[in-house]
Design a protein around this ligand. Structure first.
Ligand SMILES: Cc1cc2nc3c(=O)[nH]c(=O)nc-3n(C[C@H](O)[C@H](O)[C@H](O)COP(=O)(O)O)c2cc1C
Ligand code: SF4
Length: 807
């Protein structure tokens, strides 16, 4: 044991050693750290080099025949004939997450949402409480007063004919009331009477009562003696603005600016109780129609309250008057964790499958335990095991938790739907995705869904966070297509409704969004993997919903059997076999043969439907030196269009493992350079593709076959969707001809040329960047022309080139 004296001396000893040897100690520590860093750096560089593609290998041009094993039509239930080989799933089966799930599933997500919703839960007891609507207006030259009086009349007659818990509305002129009586707290009255505010307001860029009203709202919010949300006892509120688009054509130029301000301050004062999006009408145009639309929406919101459902689930609106681009949207995504009722989409009984196209036998048979997995990859003499099918994404699995966390709603056990960021952006008037610029698809009318969350690739840039099930066979319990359709559309509408309180959502777009017009079957997973994809597509077309289907070029049989869609895509992630293996990491051993066969199918079907190559460029993986290879592929399949898009970095660990970093995301200029080279290469081969449109905002450029999609010298890349449905329904005749046995030509269907829409708009053409001028472009902090100008000025200042600026 050390004596107390020695112990007492220890600090002094240590101090002495430190003073004597501190330089060598410090030097050694710094050297060790530097060596460690160097070692790490060297390792990373090596990994990166090893993932870059091999030099171009020419593609094989031999036509690949469809093999029997790729054809589901030829499969039967006799295991000895099927000779299944499940090799590919051995390392990737969905059973693994299932096992984990049983040990201890994480179910925190659902609870989290409830707490958020409960914060905004209605304070209305529909059995005893009553709603008192108050209609406020302000008017200088009388227009708003006329609109408000007419509005109140219609609204009153509706109120008197609806629920008894709805009182007759009162109309109040802001010029004659004491603001403090209504805007510091709701009026005092019978405790069972709850208020709902409607505000109909013009805008004046001069001092009027409205300016005083706005100041008052702001002061109330900022008054430290008053609660910051003193109007939170209101059941809800909504604002409608009247403005003049002739003199104030856009919101930047001041259209309805005061109504927008009032809307924002009311959001704060009420604690985010925007019951319906801000409506805006042009008094020299659409004011009456917009007001009518808004009235219907507001009435629906009030009905929800009187029925005890409060403002509905989701975000009641951000109260922050200084809106950021995504801040309020993120809240929605976080809270978006509900799952559409399982009962809704669970198939009654699952059947044995003789033929994947044979829907009836699949859904209705009573023996659910005997579904056989069918492997389309290879044949082997080993008979298949007759395992009972499982759910692809069981509700208790981590995959389910992970997907719902990412904002997906899982329908049944293998389908998903998600609101894409462009849908939100379009609802707020901030621009649609490139599909609007190229084809005329407004993003707020578009649903993004997939009937199969599972895929047979594990692409390095996939945003699935490496969590989705993968496999080469469909061996899961299969949900019926009509139930999937009902599930995804209901979930989509529900998600749209959740956005009604988000600042900036436009009432007219919100109303339009309640009718889905387009479906992008491209979310995650492989849609044609779902055995009843054709039935699902037919249901969509019957509902006049257009279909953009993206497949991964790994399922030739299903591709060959697919009914014509509005636009058919194949993902072309590499130009040669080695590069494709590295970037898509396919599970099929014969992935290259499958890929090439799919190209041949696309070529064969190019006169039936619009066909598209989608290239996702990843710097360091599939760009450099590959232009000729891609041109070979285009020459082989002759698609109508080639969409070239820079990869979006998803920052997942899966991407990290694959060696993908921000450095692999190409700049728009690099994508543009690539496309220009590809165009040149194609033209040199006599293939007359040209750059038809661009959407710089999403780093996407469109090459189109000018012999088919140019009309009178102008690009015509847009789609006439109504005509597509009319062709489908046989209301108009197509022009695709085939020679009959007697040698005469007969109409056998339609061609893509039969449903070409309007000319590509000027703003979307090459060189014009592709942002619809009617929308407002919102830049993230530190981005955009203003930031560029500021940065340039700063750089100039640093160089000493000062200039006078207006202050
Ligand atoms: C002096 C003046 C300024 C205006 N400023 C705006 C404006 O900044 N933004 C806008 O959208 N409309 C503006 N307007 C149009 C009015 O908002 C619009 O005519 C409205 O219907 C007037 O309503 P009222 O007749 O009820 O007063 C302005 C009109 C006037 C006469
Ligand atoms: S097309 Fe795609 S990106 Fe555009 S809105 Fe639809 S789902 Fe979103």
């Amino acid at each position: 044991m050390a004596s107390p004296g020695l112990v007492g001396q220890l600090p002094t000893e240590l101090l002495f050693i430190w003073h004597t040897h501190r330089i060598p100690i410090l030097f050694t520590a710094v050297s060790v750290l530097a060596i460690l860093r160097l070692a790490l750096y060297y390792r990373r560089t090596r990994e990166k080099i090893s993932t870059s593609p091999l030099p171009l290998s020419p593609i094989e041009k031999t036509v690949v025949e469809l093999r029997p094993e790729w054809l589901p039509e030829n499969t039967t239930l006799d295991p000895s004939i099927l000779n299944l080989d499940n090799h590919a799933e051995e390392s990737t089966i969905v059973a693994a997450p299932l096992e984990k799930a049983r040990k201890g599933p994480k179910t925190v997500k659902g609870k989290k949402m409830r707490s958020k919703v409960s914060k905004t839960a209605p304070t209305f007891d529909h059995k005893i409480d009553q709603v008192q609507p108050l209609i406020f207006f302000q008017s200088l030259s009388g227009a708003t007063e006329r609109y408000a009086t007419e509005f109140a009349k219609i609204f009153s007659s509706w109120a008197s004919s609806s629920s008894s818990s709805l009182l007759s509305p009162q109309i109040l002129d802001l010029s004659y009331i004491e603001f403090d009586d209504y805007f510091i707290s709701p009026p005092k009255s019978d405790s069972n009477v709850k208020y709902f505010y409607l505000l109909l307001l013009p805008t004046y860029n001069i001092d009027t009562v409205l300016s005083t009203f706005l100041e008052n709202l702001q002061e109330t919010h900022n008054d430290f003696r008053i609660d910051t949300a003193p109007l939170s006892a209101l059941l809800g509120y909504s604002v409608f603005g009247f403005g003049d688009k002739e003199d104030w054509p856009t919101e930047e130029e001041g259209f309805c600016s005061q109504a927008r301000e009032v809307d924002k301050w009311m959001a704060r004062l009420t604690g985010r109780k925007r019951a319906y999006p801000l409506g805006m009408g042009n008094v020299k145009g659409d004011a009456s129609a917009r007001l009518e639309e808004w009235r219907v929406g507001v009435q629906e919101a009030i009905v929800e309250i009187t029925e005890g459902r409060g403002l509905g689930e989701g975000v009641p609106g951000s109260g922050d008057p200084a809106e950021s681009d995504e801040e309020d949207i993120d809240v929605v995504e976080d809270s978006d964790v509900e799952v559409i009722s399982r009962k809704l989409v669970r198939p009654k009984k699952t059947a044995r499958v003789d033929d994947v196209e044979d829907l009836g036998s699949m859904v209705n048979s009573s023996n659910s335990d005997s579904l056989l997995p069918i492997d389309f990859t290879t044949y082997k003499s080993k008979p298949a095991s007759t395992q009972a099918p499982k759910e692809m994404v069981p509700i208790t699995s981590p995959t389910h938790a992970s997907l719902t966390k990412q904002g997906y709603t899982i329908i049944g056990s293998h389908s998903g739907v998600k609101i894409c960021r462009w849908t939100k952006s379009a609802l707020r008037g901030r621009g649609s995705c490139y599909k609007y610029s190229f084809y005329g698809i407004a993003s707020h009318l578009c649903m993004e869904a997939t009937p199969s969350l599972s895929c047979s690739n594990k692409c390095v840039f996939c945003w699935r966070h490496g969590t989705n099930p993968v496999g080469t066979t469909w061996r899961w319990i299969t949900d019926a297509p009509d139930l999937i359709f009902d599930g995804i559309t209901q979930a989509h509408y529900k998600k749209i409704k959740m956005l009604k309180g988000v600042p900036g959502v436009r009432a007219e777009r919100f109303a339009e969004a309640m009718r889905i017009r387009h479906c992008a079957l491209s979310l995650v997973g492989e849609p044609i993997f779902y055995p009843h994809i054709n039935e699902l597509l037919n249901i969509m077309h019957r509902n006049r919903i257009s279909t953009f289907l993206v497949c991964n070029a790994q399922h030739p049989a299903q591709l060959a059997a697919l009914v014509p869609v509005t636009q058919l895509y194949v993902s072309i992630d590499a130009s040669n076999k080695d590069s494709l293996r590295k970037i898509d990491r396919p599970l099929h051993r014969d992935f290259w043969e499958r890929f090439c066969t799919c190209l041949d199918i696309i070529r064969n079907r190019r006169f039936e439907q619009r066909t598209v190559f989608r290239l996702t460029l990843v710097k360091g993986f599939n760009m450099a030196e590959e232009v000729k290879g891609y041109a070979d592929l285009v020459e082989r399949a002759l698609p109508g269009f080639v969409e070239v898009k820079g990869v979006t970095y998803c920052g997942t660990s899966a991407a990290g493992t694959a060696g993908l970093t921000m450095q692999n995301v190409p700049f728009y200029e690099e994508v543009a350079e690539f496309v220009t080279e590809l165009e040149k290469e194609l033209n040199a081969r006599g293939l007359m593709y040209g750059i038809g449109a661009e959407h710089a905002h999403s780093c996407c450029i469109l090459l189109a076959d000018s012999t088919r999609f140019k009309r009178d010298g102008r690009w015509a890349t847009r789609i006439d969707f109504e005509r597509f449905f009319d062709l489908h329904e046989g209301k108009v005749e197509g022009t695709r001809l085939e020679k009959g046995e007697d040698g005469t030509a007969k109409v056998v269907g339609w061609r893509p040329e039969d449903y070409i829409g309007q000319d590509t708009p000027e703003w979307a053409l090459w060189g014009n960047k592709g942002f619809d001028p009617r929308d407002v472009r919102v830049y993230r902090k530190g981005k955009g022309p203003k930031a560029d100008a500021e940065n340039a000025a700063e750089a100039e200042a640093k160089k000493g080139n000062f200039k006078l600026v207006e202050i």
